[in-house]
Design a protein around this ligand. Structure first.
Ligand code: NDP
Length: 399
């Protein structure tokens, strides 16, 4: 049996559904469930209205509704690609119904723009005792970034010392301002303080305070900004030889100017305000008027390039620099799934992670980050499923 429920019918959910449907030998039955059922129906229709792909609706903020959904369908695994706010309710329902769990973003409370793994790691013992596996952060970053690091540790390094995750989107969607995934989650992430790990401590920076020009393969130089990103938290624990770990993301000037204005005029606020006798959250209102990330794909040109730049000692104790990356074309992603490369690079790894679990390769009761599993079978699937990767040995890492 390998029935899965995919919760969330946004850009990422659409890609996960496409990729799982392409791998029917592994995913024998697929249920698409989201708050708005019509979005699931539209995806099922795009996939050719197959009898083994069905739809349902659920408010994933409600454990009760989730339990009812899981009991009705009895899936082996739930792929959570709704929003980070729903992680804990879905994990709770999984425990109540004996369902395994996978997500792409760590839990974040709605009223505080703060994310960390402690809330989900607190479920470790319960998942372990129940004999259930929870795979956390299985998108691209987090996700493939952790698998790349695990692969480097396994095959190249005796001691990893410096890790920089570099995320470049060199695509152009032709809009003055748009986010590539859920605008609320995206803007909350970028407007936070930056943070990186150095010599056993976390160093906090002002939002987007540090930046540097980095060269990306097939793209060229792009200004890259230091952000806090969730996979740093688990990677420095799982690889204690790491002395410094940072995350960099590229932004264009136009994007940053719009972001500054949005913040300056209060539209990035996440607290409730009174408007015409109604309570609204400015950032949620902004989401309603911004372009929908799912609609960007059609005119999106260019590509993304995401990878890990690592230095340390090789298996013989000699100095080594290592860069491993994937480039993904927005046009190609759109042709295959109707979504742009940011949704594609998140949805494909979520499907591969689910495949790893269902084929018994990543089946380990407890709550785990991706780097805790064997990277090899996952790395073998990446190019097969549309995300080829490349290695550069002993080049200048620029960092
Ligand atoms: P979207 O906003 O496009 O889609 C989210 C979906 O979740 C929508 O279909 C929405 O339903 C549904 N949803 C929201 N709240 C609920 C709820 N309470 N119950 C049921 N369904 C709900 O987001 P994306 O597809 O862009 O992103 C999905 C996830 O992927 C996010 O968690 C994001 O953080 C993560 N992500 C991870 C990345 C990585 O590399 N690891 C990169 C990019 C994204 P409705 O439309 O009906 O409201």
């Amino acid at each position: 049996m390998s029935k899965v429920i995919i919760i969330g019918a946004g850009g990422v959910g659409t890609v996960v559904a496409h990729k799982c449907a392409q791998n029917h030998d592994v995913f024998s039955e697929i249920v698409l469930a989201s708050r708005t059922r019509s979005k699931c129906d539209a995806i099922a229709h795009q996939l050719g209205d197959k009898p083994w792909i069905t739809t349902d609706s659920v408010d994933a903020d409600s454990v009760e509704q989730l339990v009812e959904l899981f009991n009705r369908h009895k899936p082996e695994l739930v792929i959570n690609v709704a929003l980070p706010y729903q992680d804990l309710t879905i994990m709770e329902a999984c425990l109540q119904c004996g369902v395994n769990y996978l997500d792409t973003a760590n839990y974040e409370p709605k009223d505080v723009a703060h994310f960390e793994y402690s809330w989900q790691w607190a479920y470790r013992e319960r998942f372990e005792k129940a004999g259930l596996t929870a795979i956390l952060g299985c998108g691209f970053d987090p996700g493939v970034s952790g698998v790349f690091t695990a692969y480097a540790a396994k095959h190249w390094f005796s001691e990893m010392q410096y890790l920089d995750i570099v995320d470049c989107n060199a695509g152009n969607h032709g809009k003055a301002f748009a986010t590539n995934f859920n605008p609320e989650i995206n803007i909350r992430e970028i407007t936070q303080n930056g943070r990186y790990y150095q010599d056993g401590k976390w160093v906090v920076t002002e939002p987007l305070e540090f930046h540097k020009t980095l060269n990306y393969p097939n793209i060229g130089p792009r200004e890259s900004y230091l952000l806090y990103h969730e996979e740093l938290e688990s990677l420095v624990l799982n690889y204690p030889t790491i002395k410094r770990a940072r995350f960099w993301m590229t932004f264009g000037q136009e994007y940053l100017t719009h972001l500054r204005v949005i913040q300056d005029i209060g539209m990035a606020r996440i607290d409730e305000i009174e408007y015409n006798g109604q309570k609204i959250v400015p950032l949620q209102f902004l989401k309603a008027v911004l372009p929908n990330p799912q609609d960007l794909g059609k005119n999106y040109h260019g590509e993304t390039s995401i990878g890990c730049r690592i230095s340390g000692l090789d298996k013989d104790g000699k100095p080594l620099t290592y860069y491993i990356y994937n480039n993904c074309s927005h046009e190609e992603a759109y042709k295959e799934t109707g979504m742009q490369a940011v949704s594609y690079t998140t949805g494909v790894p979520a499907c591969i992670g689910a495949m790893m679990f269902l084929t018994g390769k990543w089946n380990k009761p407890g709550v785990h980050n991706v780097e805790e599993f064997d990277p090899d079978p996952f790395m073998a699937q990446l190019p097969v499923q549309g995300l080829p990767w490349h290695e550069v040995i002993n080049a200048d890492l620029e960092l």
